[in-house]
Design a protein. Structure first.
Length: 357
């Protein structure tokens, strides 16, 4: 089992170190190799995704990724910005399905911005298509300035597009995920306005016929946004396009209280995947030793389950995280009155200790 470890920038290095600590105590035959990505790679090699890093990722069963980015790179030409590394990895590894579970741990129910009864027991899975939609439409590459701006232009536009195979494969992923859960899929679209999403809706419906045990419903994205904050527990699996998924998964993340708790996985058709916390590099707290490492540790658990076929080890990590929360330890982002505030390293140590018990 080969894992490419790409810590990246900001808190990326701090949180990935804790996840590695946790993986190491499992005593499984991993081979881990670390490489630079994002701003760190730009500083060392002049590119956020050097050829050597990409090759390592492609040759591995899974990539454990921290986060990339810093405001100091905002003035760089777009192709050299740290965030381009993620797009490059997605594209070159063919990662098309992004899994973002939003689980509200009972111990953190008060950290949510919604009323406890709305989020207690919340367990939804947002599946976002990653390779199509308006983010990869035609005008890409036709930019008239490499810095991404349009001096003197009167208009700008992007084209929304999806192909049948792209929709079919993400629909299969969603129905298969639902089969292992509560057997409900909500497909989110904007078919009332956009042709692309009428096409999406028709194809998802067609694929749904192959999964008679799964209940499929369709929802417009504006209503889905509303339902997510009104009655989030009505959802089981939500499947949607690249842009709507980008927005809805962040909204769903906040239902659970802290972005520091949420893992994610991006998979290709061979189950090779990139695993990363849902948050960014948090430059505001980088180097302070206070970042929450649990999203990254839980991403490592997803990696064990989806790409490395080690479901039992994944269950053990998730149970250990729950035990640590039961014991009242909290990083600053999830701290509340009556709990014990700890730093990044102490939180990682606590998960290691809970695993050993
Ligand atoms: P962010 O997710 O980095 O931070 C948002 C807020 O959440 C900050 O206040 C931060 O301190 C807090 N936060 C995030 N993760 C935390 C954790 N583990 N523990 C405690 N608090 C945490 O988003 P941002 O500030 O908008 O972006 C910062 C940089 O990250 C930018 O350069 C952005 O482009 C980049 N970014 C990278 C990724 C990625 O690598 N996948 C994703 C999003 C943003």
């Amino acid at each position: 089992m080969k894992i490419a470890v790409l810590p990246g920038d900001g808190i990326g290095t701090e949180i990935v170190a804790e996840a590695i600590k946790v993986l190491k105590v499992l005593d499984l035959p991993f081979e881990m190799e670390t490489a630079l990505v994002g701003g760190a790679a730009y500083e060392a090699h002049g590119h956020p995704l050097p050829e050597s890093t990409l090759k390592l990722a492609q040759a591995s069963d899974a990539v454990l990724f921290g986060a990339v980015g810093d405001w100091k790179y905002d003035t760089l030409d777009r192709p050299l910005r740290p965030e381009q590394a993620i797009l490059g990895l997605r594209k070159n590894m063919g990662l098309f399905a992004n899994f973002r579970p939003a689980i509200c741990y009972k111990q953190l129910v008060d950290a949510s911005s919604l009323k406890p009864e709305l989020v207690a027991g919340l367990d939804i899975l947002i599946i976002r298509e990653l390779t199509g939609d308006i983010y990869f439409g035609q005008p890409r590459g036709r930019r008239i300035a490499t810095d991404g701006h349009f001096p003197g232009a009167e208009e700008a536009f992007d084209t929304m597009r999806y192909s049948r195979p792209e929709i079919e494969r993400i629909a299969h992923v969603a129905f298969q995920a639902a089969m292992k859960r509560d057997k409900r899929v909500t497909s989110v679209d904007k078919a009332n306005v956009l042709e692309t999403f009428q096409f999406w809706k028709d194809i998802v419906t067609e694929i749904g016929l192959q999964y008679p045990e799964v209940t499929l419903d369709h929802m417009y994205v504006d209503n889905a946004a509303m339902q997510l904050v009104r009655a989030p527990k009505r959802f089981d699996v939500v499947v949607t396009g690249n842009m709507f998924g980008d927005i809805l998964s962040d909204a769903a993340a906040m239902l659970t209280g802290s972005i520091g708790m949420l893992p994610s996985a991006s998979l290709n058709s061979k189950n090779q995947g990139l695993y990363e916390p849902s948050h960014g590099s948090a430059p505001d707290i980088a180097g302070k030793g206070i970042a929450n490492p649990l999203a990254t540790i839980l991403s490592a658990a997803m990696m064990l389950r989806f790409s490395l076929n080690q479901a039992a080890a994944a269950d053990r990590i998730e149970a250990a995280v729950s035990k640590v929360l039961d014991s009242g330890l909290r990083t600053t982002d999830i701290w509340s009155e009556g709990t014990t505030r700890v730093g990044t390293v102490e939180m990682g140590d606590a998960v290691v200790a809970a695993l050993a018990k």
